[in-house]
Write a protein that binds this ligand. Structure first.
Ligand SMILES: Nc1ncnc2c1ncn2[C@@H]1O[C@H](COP(=O)(O)OP(=O)(O)O)[C@@H](O)[C@H]1O
Ligand SMILES: [Mg+2]
Length: 257
């Protein structure tokens, strides 16, 4: 079966640290993968490789079965891969519309920025994500975590992302905003996006994901349909990885790579 995204044998080191050490990962359209693992397991680095924020040391990435070269976030976005980092990668001093179109500004006939069109589209898209959003004029640094998230997700929707990477999306959010992100993830999945939800929150992952993938020491140690596993089992993979299970004679076999 051809996956929407397939990463094979990917590696990334920082000096002597093997942050991602030969990981195999895939994502299908219309699925939410919860990517779990301890701090330092390599989750953010793996996703940064997919999003073009870091270059691969080794390994390959396929999109729709075709090998692709992702050397920059621009390359990734061209392939429909959008990432929301912990800091959401927004330009703090600019208003919502400038952030929604950051790097992909609309220009008019004479190559001038078409501010009016960008503002109109921003209103439309952000309100689809978050009907309560009000402050379109002020710098985004004065917005709440949930409002910032609305802009970043609106950006993914407007540019018709196919893959959305959410790295600890609810880390800076309150309970109501966290629920809102959960609803959005469900809606985007239903629209056919493949979504990677990076989290250390087992509860969030079990509530929102179709499949759970666990990383440990730069490797994928488990991949299981969420309905076929249990938080206790996943916790064990997070802590012990697959080796301990193998030693006990019950190796964890990711159902595919
Ligand atoms: N830019 C960087 N420079 C040096 N080391 C890094 C960098 N980014 C990540 N690392 C290291 O790589 C490992 C994996 O980190 P990371 O991918 O952030 O893990 P996670 O997101 O699972 O917490 C850690 O040991 C971390 O310290
Ligand atoms: Mg991280």
């Amino acid at each position: 079966m051809t996956h929407l995204v397939e990463m094979t044998g990917v590696q990334k080191s920082f000096g002597g640290v093997h942050a991602v050490d030969g990981a195999n990962f895939h994502l299908d359209a219309g699925e939410v993968v919860g990517l779990l693992g301890h701090n330092g397991a390599g989750k953010s680095t793996l996703m940064a490789l997919l999003a073009g924020a870091l270059p691969l040391d080794a390994g390959s990435i396929r999109v729709d079965g075709r090998p692709v070269a992702i050397r920059s976030p621009r390359d990734a976005r061209r392939l429909g891969i959008e990432a929301l980092y912990q800091d959401l990668a927004l330009a703090d001093n600019l208003p919502a519309s400038a952030n929604l179109f950051l790097g992909r500004e609309l220009t008019g006939r004479f190559g001038l920025l078409d501010e009016a069109a960008m503002e109109r589209i921003t209103h439309e898209v952000v309100h689809r994500v978050n009907p309560a959003f009000r402050d379109f004029q002020g710098p985004v640094k004065s917005l709440s975590g949930g409002e910032r998230q609305s802009i970043a997700i609106g950006r993914a929707m407007h540019f018709e992302a196919r893959v959305l990477i959410l790295d600890e999306p609810t880390a800076a959010l309150g309970p109501a905003e966290t629920r809102e992100v959960g609803r959005l993830v469900g809606r985007l999945r239903d629209q056919g996006l493949g979504i990677v939800l990076v989290s250390h929150d087992l509860h969030d992952v079990f509530r929102l994901s179709d499949r759970v993938v666990v990383m440990k020491a730069g490797c994928i140690v488990a991949s299981r349909r969420t309905e076929d596993t249990h938080p206790d089992e996943v916790l064990e993979w997070i802590i012990a990885g697959a080796q301990r299970d193998a030693a006990r004679g019950t190796p964890v076999r990711p159902e595919s790579v």
